[in-house]
Design a binder for this molecule. Structure first.
Ligand SMILES: Nc1ncnc2c1ncn2[C@@H]1O[C@H](COP(=O)(O)OP(=O)(O)OP(=O)(O)O)[C@@H](O)[C@H]1O
Length: 736
């Protein structure tokens, strides 16, 4: 009894589906907006106006509608959206959906946190639904994201709003089990992926086929189309059918004709909903820029964290090593708020776990740009702190866009070095409403002294600090925009000391003279910049574990109280942390000393001449060296050098012998192959013989190569002559 009923139900639901699709297609065709028009400019539809079919040939208007329920989309999707809590559309959704639902290519730009994800997930689901796409049809849509975390987040949105559709969807990202993915990838209708992993499947997974692809989506399109992904994206696109719908979205969009040609976009609709708006960043975002000398960055960051213990703070640093160091070091100083870190070198599972934790509790997340794009921390990030200057304005926009999402408020602060003030101009040129603040460092707590102590106590922290130092300087050195990033203007000794390092690590690629001639905090040309006297060495904190009041440091920084220059100098002198003393001593080190020699210090921390440690202070009150001891030491050194020379010679001989053996084996293999080839060919006996003789020549020990080759040649000649004589004799005797 049951079976025919379920069959009947199946037939019935298929018929309903077919009817719904026919209706949607007619409705879309009836009301699709003019190509090139912006549906946002149309007056909003009255709330109670009819939805869908009105009479035989008339359907309701949907260009200009404000609610998802007014769109020509399936009931399944409407249910999914309603259950996920989405009712009214955001501007980018209102502007793009009427175009994308009618099958047009889209190039969409809207501020961070403005709802671009639904603007592409809705047309993807609807396109496949209207095509009655099934499991057996394979890949119908690919959604590409530049980072794994963002791909994972998009996957979450797709699952939530698409739960009433019967599509299969897969997440293809690095860090996942590739073999497992391989087994399922052919059965997926929608793939959310990073470019690298998708290409790997295209190259290696048997029968992986995207030839029927209907919709291609690039989220954070400008990032995916930039040089970093160029090879992968070109290779992927070359394997996709040209006849498809393509949707590109980002907060900072590309209009490069070359890029668009690469993707074969067909008359795309340019939808930039914020073009008329003054700022490229959300209106509810308060943005500050403060001037912080390099050696005070960690003091400033520490003080900031201590003043915001009840917030969720996202901190951007430029390299993985910096993130690791600051996280490890600050953790040991226990600021009174959980600290987490995230960077591209971490295992994927851990990355996901950390993001989850950051979303769930107030904490500080130190991160590289791996989390600068697209991530939506749904409980809201209170502060975005950019300790290191972003590469460009686009990166700035994406970083600050992790806060003030949808309709929430947010705050951000960017630390700029005096040499990076050009970045402030660039932000202002792009109409980003940043407020420039002079730092009033009265409430700053210095951590460099504490870091020096930590480095001495925890041996594994010192290499971390060194790498943090080196990678930061290198990142500046490698930056393309030299107007902003000038490595020669970095006060590198002060910076090194501020990380608690006793000595400035060597930077082979830099000419020290170029750097040293620039003093920290040298005059800069931007008018708003405070004079050098505004940079005050902060007061070291006596008790860093004690919680400071939750008053915001930045409000204080803005306070009208200015510190008198002389006072400032006095405070600075009073409060110099211990690392500064170390730093002064370190400057006396002769960096050009011969390799392998040690720097020797006296009790005052001054460097001594080489061999000075041999001086017998008891007997030579003038500080002169004991000649006898020096001579003995020289003799010792000579002996050591002799032994090392002998060891080197032995090693060299051994290496040469190994090389010879390898060469012989190589020749042997080549000869064997040659002989095998010869066997297959129809050579005359004499040819074969001559080849063997020729081949045999190369087997001589090459210790005295030339000699032996000559001998071999002679030997071969002798044999042939004897044979010839014998043959001649035989011939003569037979003639007689
Ligand atoms: N119509 C809507 N109604 C309510 N909330 C929405 C709507 N659309 C999106 N949101 C919410 O707004 C937040 C930001 O959306 P989304 O992540 O899509 O922004 P985005 O524009 O892609 O940001 P980014 O440029 O940083 O990637 C999300 O939490 C999302 O759930």
């Amino acid at each position: 009894m049951k079976k025919p009923k379920s069959k009947q139900v199946r037939i019935q639901s298929r018929n309903t589906e077919v009817q719904e699709i026919q209706l949607l297609e007619k409705w879309i065709e009836f009301g699709k907006p003019e190509s090139g028009s912006n549906p946002l400019s149309l007056p909003p539809l009255p709330a109670k106006s009819p939805i869908g079919r009105i009479d035989e040939n008339t359907y309701s208007q949907y260009a200009g509608c404000t609610k998802f329920q007014q769109l020509p989309i399936s009931k399944n999707l409407k249910d999914g959206l309603r259950q996920a809590g989405y009712k009214n559309m955001t501007n980018i959704q209102r502007a793009s959906l009427p175009h994308s639902l009618s099958g047009r290519d889209i190039l969409g730009a809207a501020k961070t946190g403005s709802g671009k994800t639904l603007a592409f997930i809705i047309p993807v689901l609807e396109k496949l639904y209207k095509a009655r796409w099934g499991l057996e049809d394979g890949v119908g849509s690919i959604i590409m994201s530049p980072t794994r975390e963002l791909a994972d987040q998009l996957f979450g949105v797709l699952k939530s709003v698409g739960k009433h559709h019967g599509f299969s969807a897969g997440l293809l990202i690095g860090g996942h089990e590739y073999d497992e993915e391989k087994d399922h990838v052919n059965r997926m209708n929608i793939l959310i992926c990073t470019p690298g992993r998708l290409l790997k499947h295209m190259d290696t997974t048997p029968n992986f086929d995207c030839s029927q692809l209907q919709v291609l989506v690039l989220d954070e399109a400008d990032r995916i189309l930039d040089a970093g992904f160029k090879k992968e994206v070109n290779a992927i696109v070359s394997q996709l059918p040209k006849h498809r719908q393509t949707l590109l979205f980002s907060a900072t969009q590309t209009k490069s004709v070359k890029d668009l040609a690469r993707l074969s976009l067909k008359d795309p609709e340019y939808i930039a909903v914020d073009e008329e708006s003054i700022a490229a960043t959300p209106n509810r975002l308060q943005q500050k820029v403060i001037l912080v000398p390099l050696d005070q960055k960690l003091d400033m960051l520490w003080s900031f964290i201590k003043a915001h213990l009840n917030s969720r703070i996202l901190v951007f640093l430029s390299t993985c090593k910096q993130v690791r160091f600051v996280h490890e070091a600050f953790k040991k100083l226990r600021p009174g708020i959980p600290l987490k870190c995230l960077h591209g070198r971490m295992k994927q599972v851990k990355r996901m776990f950390i993001l989850q934790q950051f979303v769930e509790q107030r904490s500080v997340l130190f991160s590289t740009d791996v989390s600068s794009r697209g991530l939506d921390f749904n409980k809201g990030v209170d502060w975005v702190v950019q300790v290191d200057c972003p590469d460009d304005v686009a990166t700035y926009i994406h970083r600050v866009g992790r806060t003030a999402r949808y309709d929430s408020i947010g705050r951000s602060v960017l630390f700029l070095l005096p040499s990076e003030m050009k970045m402030l101009e660039r932000l202002q040129e792009k109409k980003i409403p940043v407020e420039f603040d002079k730092p009033n460092t009265k409430r700053l707590q210095s951590v460099s002294g504490l870091l020096a102590a930590l480095l001495a106590k925890y041996k594994d922290l010192q290499p971390l600090a060194q790498r943090a130092f080196k990678t930061y300087v290198k990142s500046i050195y490698k930056q393309k925009d030299k107007e902003i990033f000038d490595v020669t203007k970095l006060p590198i000794d002060d910076f090194s000391a501020s990380l608690g390092l006793p000595m400035t690590p060597q930077l082979r690629y830099l000419n020290r003279k170029d750097i040293d001639k620039n003093t920290p905090g040298e005059p800069v040309s931007v008018p708003q910049i405070p004079a050098k006297k505004d940079f005050i060495r902060p007061k070291p904190s006596n008790d860093l574990l004690e919680e400071s009041d939750d008053e915001e440091i930045l409000d204080l920084l803005r306070s009208k109280e200015t510190t008198d220059g002389d006072d400032a100098k006095a405070i600075a002198a009073d409060n110099l942390p211990t690392t500064r003393v170390l730093k002064k001593k370190k400057l006396k080190i002769n960096v050009h000393r011969p390799v392998g020699t040690r720097v020797v210090f006296d009790e005052e921390g001054n460097t001594l001449p080489p061999l000075a440690r041999l001086a017998d202070i008891g007997t030579t009150d003038s500080g002169l060296l004991d000649k006898q001891k020096v001579m003995e030491r020289f003799a010792e050194l000579r002996e050591e050098m002799k032994t090392r020379d002998q060891e080197d010679k032995l090693l060299d001989r051994k290496r040469r012998k190994e090389k010879r053996i390898k060469e012989k084996e190589k020749y042997k293999r080549a000869r064997n192959e040659e002989e095998e080839d010869d066997d297959e060919d129809d050579f005359s006996g004499s040819d074969k013989d001559s080849k063997k003789v020729k081949g045999s020549k190369v087997y001589f020990d090459s210790d005295s190569d030339g000699d032996m080759k000559d001998k071999a040649a002679i030997k071969t000649d002798e044999i042939s002559l004897a044979e010839q004589e014998e043959l001649a004799l035989k011939l003569l005797s037979s003639m007689h």
